[in-house]
Design a protein around this ligand. Structure first.
Ligand code: PEP
Ligand code: MG
Length: 579
């Protein structure tokens, strides 16, 4: 029996055989083949090259129509590489001559190219090696895709184990009932992998460092998303203990479900909105049973992932319309795509790949202002869908006043275009995410340009504490209860109140029952939470006394450490019964 400690990323317990996928993509392993196998291997290699060519063609067409000729030329350069003699002759010869697998032959060829490039003095030409790396990676991913496809069609109940699960990977099995939960080497509580697990309602443990190389498919595991541990090949006694805890959690869930029809008000009558966080690519009906009064954050970047072609205006329109109709009569806040960070896409957007520090880089509104046509397409779809709904638009990753002004201009031109085309459309309320300290410090100025704000604590914590939210090695420093975070949240709410505007929190901190007294106490109006925590948060709000929470929140602001803050919150929470 082996016990691995990681980070509890999504509540619940998953028990069953492990299915190990997406092992750390290191260097290709060498496999020796028979001459007959080598013949088939060359065919497999050529198929992967043709698949890459088809991807590039589709990508080129789309890039040409959206970003123009200049960007399409980059893809032409990649296409030329596919016709290079290295691909058409050298690698097939290597496979046949040395009787080795295609991945290894590809890797050897790339190593050789890298050595040649390293000798070039001119930096511009030396950098061209990235084009080769990109194309070779694409071929390698097609070579691996047969293996991947089988992991996407999981038919036996399994707990997925992976080095990391990028948001694009998780989409393939989001509605697959055979996926019981997952465990990853990388990630922290606020990584997008963790957020996906929560939104899909799956237990998850992340930040396990090397679990994907330690486990084999078929090992029986328990992923404890409550304690953040994974137990490999447990004893019968441990299995029974976990079965009992799982049953207890299910019972709790059933008890919470009675809260569906009750309002989220504190014992002294203070109303708090508890809304849902959803992903645009999922079914909007999945969580209707929770009877949420609104959608506080709908992430849309999933619509851009796992594909080499941009989603068209009509495709996006259908999605937003479905959501608006599913929640008709309720506020629905849809965020323009926050592509970048750990949510890179396969769209071939120049500047998005090989960033040294993606979280500090080309992400969210920065990317859309660089490619206004992408933003305009999304805005047009949203304005059209708003005819049948109550959609508000929210901008991610705002750092300055100018960005919001530039966004508004593009929104105005999208509305004007739709009107000129005679297409029915309706402008939406506009809000911004406050998730970067610079935005937090100028909230009052930003509020003069928009109707509402929502605080993204996942990023706000990352950027104010300088802790990469995905990096498990610094995850102990990722501290929502750090006094600086609490003071920033207080500063934001105070500024918004002075401007007469409401404040919502849609980061994971809103989904933490321990934080509810503080957030409600400082005057947060809306907690937008993951579906899995929705009823638990409603329950937590209903236990609070607003006046004592407000006093407790003020005293928390004077505490010098997260430890002391946690102790205060614990004391406060222990005065409430659990249910
Ligand atoms: C956040 O940063 O808190 C947030 C809600 O946005 P995301 O997690 O999608 O970056
Ligand atoms: Mg964010």
């Amino acid at each position: 029996m082996l016990i691995k400690k990681g980070i509890a990323a999504s509540l619940g317990i998953a028990m069953g055989p492990a299915l190990v996928i997406n092992k750390e993509q290191g260097r290709a392993e060498k496999r020796m083949l028979t001459p007959e196998e080598a013949h088939a291997e060359v065919h497999r290699f050529k198929t992967a090259v043709e698949q890459t060519r088809a991807d590039l063609k589709a990508m080129r067409d789309k890039v040409l129509s959206v970003l123009g000729k200049k960007h399409a030329r980059l893809i032409d350069a990649h296409n030329l590489i596919l016709s290079d003699v290295i691909i058409t002759q050298t690698i097939p010869k290597k496979i046949r001559g040395k009787l080795i697998n295609a991945e290894y032959a590809l890797q050897e060829a790339l190593d050789n190219i890298e050595r040649q490039f390293a000798k070039i003095d001119d930096e511009y030409f030396r950098e061209r090696r990235f084009d080769f790396i990109d194309v070779f990676k694409k071929i390698a991913s097609h070579l691996a895709s047969a293996e991947k496809a089988s992991s996407e069609n999981i038919s036996e109940p399994s707990v997925l184990v992976a080095s990391s699960l990028f948001p694009s990977d998780t989409m393939a099995f989001r509605e697959n009932k055979s996926v019981l939960g997952f465990c990853t080497d990388l990630g922290s509580k606020a990584s997008h992998t963790a957020i996906f697990a929560q939104s899909a309602g799956l237990p998850a443990v992340v930040g396990l460092v090397d679990i994907s190389s330690q486990l084999r498919t078929g090992d029986y595991i328990i992923a404890d998303g409550e304690q953040g541990i994974v137990i490999v090949n447990p004893s019968a006694a441990i299995i029974n203990k976990y079965k009992a805890r799982k049953a207890e959690l299910e019972k709790e869930e059933a008890l919470f479900s009675r809260l569906k029809d009750l309002p989220a008000v504190t014992v002294d009558g203070h109303k708090v909105n508890v809304f849902l966080n959803l992903d645009a690519e999922g079914s909007p009906f999945k969580w209707k049973r929770l009877k949420a009064g609104g959608i506080g954050l709908c992430r849309t970047e999933g619509l851009f992932m796992n594909r080499s072609i941009l989603p068209s205006e009509d495709e996006q329109y259908e999605k937003y319309l479905e959501l608006a109709k599913a929640y008709s009569g309720c506020p629905v806040i849809i965020r323009t795509a926050d592509i970048g960070g750990d949510r890179a896409t396969k769209l071939g957007i120049k500047g998005l790949h090989d960033e040294r520090n993606p979280f500090m880089g080309f992400r969210g509104i920065r990317l859309f202002l660089k490619y206004p046509e992408l933003l305009k397409t999304q805005l047009r779809a949203l304005f059209r869908a708003n005819i049948k709904g109550n959609i508000s638009i929210m901008i991610p990753m705002v750092t300055s006043y100018n960005e919001v002004e530039a966004f508004r201009q593009i929104a105005d031109s999208a509305i004007a275009e739709l009107a000129a085309e005679g297409r029915p459309a309706k402008p939406c309320r506009l809000g911004i995410m406050i998730e970067i300290p610079s935005a937090a410090l100028i909230v009052d100025q930003l509020l003069s340009l928009v109707d509402f704000i929502s605080v993204g604590t996942n990023d706000l914590i990352q950027y104010s504490l300088a802790v990469d939210r995905v990096n498990q090695y610094v995850s102990s420093l990722y501290e929502p209860f750090h006094p600086a975070v609490l003071r920033l949240l207080h500063l934001i709410t105070e500024a918004a109140k002075r401007c007469g505007k409401e404040v919502s929190i849609c980061g994971e901190m809103a989904s933490d029952p321990e934080a509810a007294a503080f957030l409600v106490g400082i005057g947060v109006d809306t907690l937008s939470v993951t579906p899995k925590m929705f009823l638990r948060i409603k329950n937590a709000v209903r236990k609070l006394n607003f006046k004592t929470s407000a006093a407790m929140a003020l005293s928390a602001l004077d505490l010098p450490s997260a430890k002391k803050v946690r102790a205060l919150f614990d004391r406060e929470n222990s005065t409430h019964s659990k249910l």
